[in-house]
Design a protein around this ligand. Structure first.
Ligand SMILES: [Zn+2]
Length: 342
Protein backbone atom coordinates (compact mmCIF):
# COMPACT_ATOMS: atom_id res chain seq x y z
CA UNK A 1 0.00 0.00 0.00
CA UNK A 2 1.37 3.41 -0.94
CA UNK A 3 0.22 6.50 0.87
CA UNK A 4 0.14 10.05 -0.38
CA UNK A 5 2.23 11.78 2.22
CA UNK A 6 4.75 10.86 4.84
CA UNK A 7 3.75 9.86 8.33
CA UNK A 8 3.94 12.76 10.64
CA UNK A 9 2.18 13.76 13.77
CA UNK A 10 0.72 17.09 14.63
CA UNK A 11 -1.31 18.47 17.51
CA UNK A 12 -4.59 16.59 17.77
CA UNK A 13 -7.18 18.89 16.16
CA UNK A 14 -10.08 20.20 18.22
CA UNK A 15 -13.51 21.07 16.98
CA UNK A 16 -15.96 23.78 17.95
CA UNK A 17 -17.31 22.19 21.12
CA UNK A 18 -13.92 21.21 22.48
CA UNK A 19 -13.97 17.47 21.81
CA UNK A 20 -10.79 15.99 20.42
CA UNK A 21 -10.33 13.35 17.77
CA UNK A 22 -7.70 10.76 18.63
CA UNK A 23 -4.40 11.41 16.91
CA UNK A 24 -3.89 8.69 14.34
CA UNK A 25 -1.42 8.58 11.50
CA UNK A 26 -4.12 7.30 9.20
CA UNK A 27 -7.80 7.92 8.66
CA UNK A 28 -10.45 5.94 6.83
CA UNK A 29 -12.50 7.64 4.10
CA UNK A 30 -15.81 6.34 2.80
CA UNK A 31 -18.06 7.77 0.07
CA UNK A 32 -21.47 6.09 -0.10
CA UNK A 33 -23.01 6.82 -3.48
CA UNK A 34 -26.43 5.93 -4.83
CA UNK A 35 -24.88 3.09 -6.85
CA UNK A 36 -21.20 2.85 -5.84
CA UNK A 37 -19.35 3.03 -2.53
CA UNK A 38 -15.66 3.98 -2.32
CA UNK A 39 -13.38 3.18 0.64
CA UNK A 40 -9.82 4.30 1.26
CA UNK A 41 -7.25 4.66 4.02
CA UNK A 42 -4.97 7.71 3.77
CA UNK A 43 -2.23 9.44 5.75
CA UNK A 44 -3.48 12.13 8.08
CA UNK A 45 -3.37 15.04 7.47
CA UNK A 46 -4.12 14.51 3.81
CA UNK A 47 -2.03 17.06 1.91
CA UNK A 48 -2.69 16.04 -1.67
CA UNK A 49 -4.70 13.47 -3.52
CA UNK A 50 -2.36 11.11 -5.33
CA UNK A 51 -3.19 8.51 -7.96
CA UNK A 52 -1.25 6.01 -5.88
CA UNK A 53 -3.89 6.06 -3.14
CA UNK A 54 -5.62 2.71 -3.17
CA UNK A 55 -9.41 2.79 -3.39
CA UNK A 56 -11.82 -0.12 -2.96
CA UNK A 57 -14.99 0.24 -5.03
CA UNK A 58 -18.15 -1.85 -4.69
CA UNK A 59 -21.83 -1.62 -5.55
CA UNK A 60 -23.75 0.05 -2.70
CA UNK A 61 -25.72 -2.83 -1.15
CA UNK A 62 -29.48 -2.63 -0.67
CA UNK A 63 -29.21 -3.54 3.03
CA UNK A 64 -27.52 -1.08 5.41
CA UNK A 65 -26.14 -3.99 7.53
CA UNK A 66 -24.28 -5.31 4.47
CA UNK A 67 -22.83 -1.85 3.91
CA UNK A 68 -21.32 -1.77 7.43
CA UNK A 69 -19.79 -5.24 6.92
CA UNK A 70 -18.29 -4.48 3.51
CA UNK A 71 -16.90 -1.10 4.57
CA UNK A 72 -15.38 -2.55 7.76
CA UNK A 73 -13.70 -5.37 5.81
CA UNK A 74 -12.35 -2.97 3.18
CA UNK A 75 -10.94 -0.65 5.89
CA UNK A 76 -9.27 -3.61 7.64
CA UNK A 77 -7.67 -4.81 4.40
CA UNK A 78 -6.49 -1.32 3.39
CA UNK A 79 -5.08 -0.38 6.80
CA UNK A 80 -3.12 -3.66 7.11
CA UNK A 81 -2.83 -3.39 10.85
CA UNK A 82 -2.10 0.38 10.93
CA UNK A 83 -4.17 2.32 13.45
CA UNK A 84 -6.98 4.26 11.80
CA UNK A 85 -7.58 7.30 14.05
CA UNK A 86 -11.02 8.14 12.71
CA UNK A 87 -13.32 7.36 9.80
CA UNK A 88 -14.94 10.08 7.69
CA UNK A 89 -18.09 9.13 5.80
CA UNK A 90 -19.75 10.99 2.91
CA UNK A 91 -23.36 9.86 2.70
CA UNK A 92 -26.32 10.82 0.56
CA UNK A 93 -28.46 13.30 2.50
CA UNK A 94 -30.53 14.00 4.37
CA UNK A 95 -28.75 12.84 7.48
CA UNK A 96 -28.53 13.69 11.14
CA UNK A 97 -24.87 14.62 11.56
CA UNK A 98 -25.09 14.75 15.37
CA UNK A 99 -26.27 11.15 15.78
CA UNK A 100 -24.62 9.75 12.64
CA UNK A 101 -27.93 8.60 11.19
CA UNK A 102 -28.87 8.43 7.53
CA UNK A 103 -32.47 9.64 7.55
CA UNK A 104 -33.47 8.28 4.19
CA UNK A 105 -31.82 7.51 0.92
CA UNK A 106 -33.81 7.72 -2.33
CA UNK A 107 -32.05 4.78 -3.97
CA UNK A 108 -31.87 2.39 -1.04
CA UNK A 109 -34.88 1.72 1.16
CA UNK A 110 -33.02 3.10 4.19
CA UNK A 111 -34.88 4.82 7.01
CA UNK A 112 -33.07 6.29 10.04
CA UNK A 113 -30.07 3.97 9.66
CA UNK A 114 -27.64 4.49 12.60
CA UNK A 115 -24.66 4.08 10.25
CA UNK A 116 -22.29 6.17 12.41
CA UNK A 117 -22.68 4.08 15.58
CA UNK A 118 -22.76 0.73 13.75
CA UNK A 119 -19.62 1.50 11.74
CA UNK A 120 -17.85 2.92 14.83
CA UNK A 121 -18.70 -0.30 16.71
CA UNK A 122 -17.64 -2.63 13.88
CA UNK A 123 -14.44 -0.80 12.91
CA UNK A 124 -13.53 0.21 16.50
CA UNK A 125 -12.86 3.85 15.54
CA UNK A 126 -14.71 7.17 15.86
CA UNK A 127 -16.87 8.00 12.84
CA UNK A 128 -17.79 11.42 11.47
CA UNK A 129 -20.43 11.80 8.77
CA UNK A 130 -21.58 14.52 6.46
CA UNK A 131 -23.47 14.70 3.22
CA UNK A 132 -21.70 14.20 -0.09
CA UNK A 133 -22.20 17.79 -1.31
CA UNK A 134 -20.63 19.22 1.87
CA UNK A 135 -17.69 16.80 1.73
CA UNK A 136 -17.22 17.33 -2.02
CA UNK A 137 -16.95 21.02 -1.20
CA UNK A 138 -14.45 20.36 1.58
CA UNK A 139 -12.35 18.13 -0.72
CA UNK A 140 -12.31 20.63 -3.60
CA UNK A 141 -11.74 23.68 -1.36
CA UNK A 142 -8.81 22.01 0.41
CA UNK A 143 -7.08 19.98 -2.32
CA UNK A 144 -8.89 20.67 -5.58
CA UNK A 145 -10.24 23.41 -7.84
CA UNK A 146 -11.22 25.67 -4.93
CA UNK A 147 -7.80 25.73 -3.26
CA UNK A 148 -6.85 29.29 -2.25
CA UNK A 149 -10.33 30.67 -3.07
CA UNK A 150 -13.09 31.79 -0.70
CA UNK A 151 -15.99 31.33 -0.52
CA UNK A 152 -16.04 28.06 -2.46
CA UNK A 153 -19.35 26.69 -3.69
CA UNK A 154 -19.34 23.09 -4.90
CA UNK A 155 -22.35 22.08 -6.95
CA UNK A 156 -22.96 18.38 -7.35
CA UNK A 157 -25.06 17.53 -10.37
CA UNK A 158 -26.04 13.88 -10.25
CA UNK A 159 -29.21 11.89 -9.49
CA UNK A 160 -30.08 14.94 -7.40
CA UNK A 161 -28.55 18.41 -7.14
CA UNK A 162 -26.96 19.92 -4.04
CA UNK A 163 -24.28 22.37 -3.04
CA UNK A 164 -21.67 22.58 -0.33
CA UNK A 165 -20.31 25.95 0.83
CA UNK A 166 -16.90 26.61 2.37
CA UNK A 167 -16.15 30.06 3.79
CA UNK A 168 -12.59 30.72 4.96
CA UNK A 169 -11.89 27.00 5.10
CA UNK A 170 -14.97 26.16 7.13
CA UNK A 171 -18.02 24.25 6.03
CA UNK A 172 -21.25 26.27 6.24
CA UNK A 173 -23.95 23.82 7.32
CA UNK A 174 -26.60 26.37 8.20
CA UNK A 175 -28.80 26.67 11.29
CA UNK A 176 -30.55 23.34 10.64
CA UNK A 177 -27.98 21.52 8.53
CA UNK A 178 -29.60 22.23 5.19
CA UNK A 179 -27.56 25.15 3.80
CA UNK A 180 -26.81 24.85 0.09
CA UNK A 181 -29.93 22.92 -0.96
CA UNK A 182 -30.07 24.71 -4.32
CA UNK A 183 -31.53 21.60 -5.96
CA UNK A 184 -34.79 22.52 -4.23
CA UNK A 185 -34.85 26.16 -5.28
CA UNK A 186 -38.22 26.90 -6.91
CA UNK A 187 -37.90 27.91 -10.56
CA UNK A 188 -41.57 27.34 -11.47
CA UNK A 189 -44.22 26.89 -8.75
CA UNK A 190 -46.49 24.99 -11.16
CA UNK A 191 -43.65 22.92 -12.64
CA UNK A 192 -43.05 19.17 -12.48
CA UNK A 193 -43.08 17.23 -9.21
CA UNK A 194 -39.76 17.02 -7.37
CA UNK A 195 -38.52 13.96 -5.45
CA UNK A 196 -38.92 16.00 -2.22
CA UNK A 197 -42.64 16.51 -2.79
CA UNK A 198 -42.33 20.12 -3.99
CA UNK A 199 -42.99 21.42 -7.49
CA UNK A 200 -40.81 22.98 -10.17
CA UNK A 201 -37.56 22.71 -8.21
CA UNK A 202 -34.20 22.95 -10.01
CA UNK A 203 -33.65 19.23 -9.42
CA UNK A 204 -36.97 18.25 -11.02
CA UNK A 205 -35.74 19.86 -14.28
CA UNK A 206 -32.00 19.24 -14.22
CA UNK A 207 -31.28 16.30 -11.85
CA UNK A 208 -30.75 12.80 -13.22
CA UNK A 209 -33.88 11.41 -11.49
CA UNK A 210 -35.94 14.47 -12.49
CA UNK A 211 -34.94 14.16 -16.15
CA UNK A 212 -35.77 10.43 -16.16
CA UNK A 213 -39.23 11.27 -14.72
CA UNK A 214 -39.71 13.95 -17.40
CA UNK A 215 -38.77 11.47 -20.15
CA UNK A 216 -41.47 9.04 -18.94
CA UNK A 217 -44.08 11.83 -19.04
CA UNK A 218 -43.05 13.30 -22.41
CA UNK A 219 -42.72 9.92 -24.16
CA UNK A 220 -45.26 7.68 -22.32
CA UNK A 221 -45.11 5.04 -25.09
CA UNK A 222 -41.31 4.81 -24.87
CA UNK A 223 -41.13 5.98 -28.50
CA UNK A 224 -40.32 9.43 -29.91
CA UNK A 225 -43.43 11.49 -30.75
CA UNK A 226 -41.53 12.94 -33.70
CA UNK A 227 -40.68 9.45 -35.02
CA UNK A 228 -42.41 6.48 -33.32
CA UNK A 229 -39.96 4.09 -35.01
CA UNK A 230 -37.22 5.36 -32.67
CA UNK A 231 -37.08 4.44 -28.94
CA UNK A 232 -37.28 7.53 -26.72
CA UNK A 233 -34.44 8.43 -24.34
CA UNK A 234 -34.93 7.28 -20.75
CA UNK A 235 -32.24 9.19 -18.86
CA UNK A 236 -30.39 12.52 -18.72
CA UNK A 237 -27.56 11.43 -21.02
CA UNK A 238 -30.01 10.06 -23.59
CA UNK A 239 -32.11 13.25 -23.50
CA UNK A 240 -29.06 15.48 -23.97
CA UNK A 241 -27.78 13.28 -26.84
CA UNK A 242 -31.18 13.40 -28.58
CA UNK A 243 -31.31 17.18 -28.04
CA UNK A 244 -27.92 17.58 -29.72
CA UNK A 245 -29.32 15.50 -32.59
CA UNK A 246 -32.15 18.03 -32.95
CA UNK A 247 -35.08 15.99 -31.56
CA UNK A 248 -37.67 18.70 -30.68
CA UNK A 249 -39.04 17.30 -27.35
CA UNK A 250 -35.52 16.48 -26.15
CA UNK A 251 -34.39 19.99 -27.10
CA UNK A 252 -37.17 21.47 -24.96
CA UNK A 253 -36.26 19.28 -21.96
CA UNK A 254 -32.56 20.14 -22.38
CA UNK A 255 -33.36 23.86 -22.66
CA UNK A 256 -35.48 23.71 -19.48
CA UNK A 257 -32.71 21.79 -17.67
CA UNK A 258 -30.18 24.43 -18.77
CA UNK A 259 -32.49 27.21 -17.61
CA UNK A 260 -33.13 25.61 -14.20
CA UNK A 261 -29.41 25.05 -13.68
CA UNK A 262 -28.69 28.66 -14.69
CA UNK A 263 -31.12 29.87 -11.99
CA UNK A 264 -29.29 27.77 -9.38
CA UNK A 265 -25.92 29.20 -10.47
CA UNK A 266 -27.30 32.76 -10.52
CA UNK A 267 -28.72 32.30 -7.00
CA UNK A 268 -25.37 31.02 -5.68
CA UNK A 269 -23.66 33.99 -7.34
CA UNK A 270 -26.10 36.55 -5.96
CA UNK A 271 -26.20 35.22 -2.39
CA UNK A 272 -22.60 34.11 -1.86
CA UNK A 273 -20.39 36.03 -4.33
CA UNK A 274 -18.13 32.96 -4.43
CA UNK A 275 -14.44 33.01 -5.32
CA UNK A 276 -15.24 30.02 -7.52
CA UNK A 277 -18.08 27.58 -8.21
CA UNK A 278 -16.79 24.02 -8.62
CA UNK A 279 -18.97 21.57 -10.55
CA UNK A 280 -18.92 17.89 -9.66
CA UNK A 281 -21.28 14.93 -9.58
CA UNK A 282 -21.51 12.22 -12.23
CA UNK A 283 -23.84 14.15 -14.54
CA UNK A 284 -21.91 17.40 -14.08
CA UNK A 285 -18.63 15.67 -14.92
CA UNK A 286 -20.09 13.77 -17.91
CA UNK A 287 -22.01 16.69 -19.44
CA UNK A 288 -19.73 19.75 -19.37
CA UNK A 289 -21.63 21.31 -22.30
CA UNK A 290 -24.83 21.45 -20.19
CA UNK A 291 -22.89 23.20 -17.41
CA UNK A 292 -21.21 25.60 -19.85
CA UNK A 293 -24.56 26.54 -21.43
CA UNK A 294 -26.15 27.09 -17.99
CA UNK A 295 -23.17 29.18 -16.83
CA UNK A 296 -23.32 31.37 -19.95
CA UNK A 297 -27.06 31.89 -19.47
CA UNK A 298 -26.62 32.71 -15.77
CA UNK A 299 -23.88 35.26 -16.53
CA UNK A 300 -26.09 36.94 -19.12
CA UNK A 301 -29.00 37.32 -16.68
CA UNK A 302 -27.41 38.47 -13.42
CA UNK A 303 -26.40 42.03 -12.65
CA UNK A 304 -22.91 42.99 -13.79
CA UNK A 305 -21.51 43.00 -10.22
CA UNK A 306 -22.53 39.35 -9.72
CA UNK A 307 -20.72 38.13 -12.83
CA UNK A 308 -17.21 37.77 -11.31
CA UNK A 309 -18.76 35.38 -8.74
CA UNK A 310 -19.88 33.12 -11.56
CA UNK A 311 -16.46 31.66 -12.29
CA UNK A 312 -17.32 28.02 -12.94
CA UNK A 313 -14.76 25.22 -13.08
CA UNK A 314 -14.93 21.39 -13.10
CA UNK A 315 -14.00 19.44 -9.94
CA UNK A 316 -10.22 18.86 -10.02
CA UNK A 317 -10.61 15.64 -8.00
CA UNK A 318 -13.27 14.38 -10.43
CA UNK A 319 -15.38 11.63 -8.85
CA UNK A 320 -13.17 11.60 -5.71
CA UNK A 321 -14.04 15.04 -4.27
CA UNK A 322 -16.32 13.66 -1.54
CA UNK A 323 -13.94 10.79 -0.68
CA UNK A 324 -11.13 13.35 -0.19
CA UNK A 325 -13.52 15.50 1.86
CA UNK A 326 -14.36 12.51 4.06
CA UNK A 327 -10.64 11.98 4.76
CA UNK A 328 -10.18 15.68 5.56
CA UNK A 329 -13.23 15.67 7.85
CA UNK A 330 -11.79 12.70 9.74
CA UNK A 331 -8.38 14.40 10.03
CA UNK A 332 -9.42 17.90 10.90
CA UNK A 333 -11.46 17.70 14.02
CA UNK A 334 -12.14 21.43 14.05
CA UNK A 335 -14.62 20.88 11.22
CA UNK A 336 -16.46 18.20 13.07
CA UNK A 337 -19.69 19.02 14.87
CA UNK A 338 -20.18 15.54 16.25
CA UNK A 339 -18.19 12.39 16.50
CA UNK A 340 -19.80 9.01 16.95
CA UNK A 341 -17.55 6.90 19.14
CA UNK A 342 -17.41 3.12 19.39
ZN1 LIG B 1 -37.35 19.47 -4.34
Amino acid sequence: VTFASSRRRRKPPQHGTGRVLPAGDFVGAVDIGATKTLVSVVASPLESWSETIEIRRFATPARAEDLVTIVTEALAELSQGLTVGAIGVAAPGPLDVASGRLLHSPNQAWRAVPLGSELAEAARAPVVLDDDANLGALGEATLGAGKGKSPVAYLTLSTGIGAGIIVDGRLVRGGHGTAGEVGHLVVNPTGPQCGCGGRGHVESYAGGAGLARRARLVWPTGRLTSDPAIPAPTDADGILRAARGGEPDARRLAAEATDALSFALAAIGAILDPGVIVIGGSLGLRQPSLVRAAAARARKRVMAETRPGLTIVPAALGPLSALAGAAILASEGDMVEATVRP
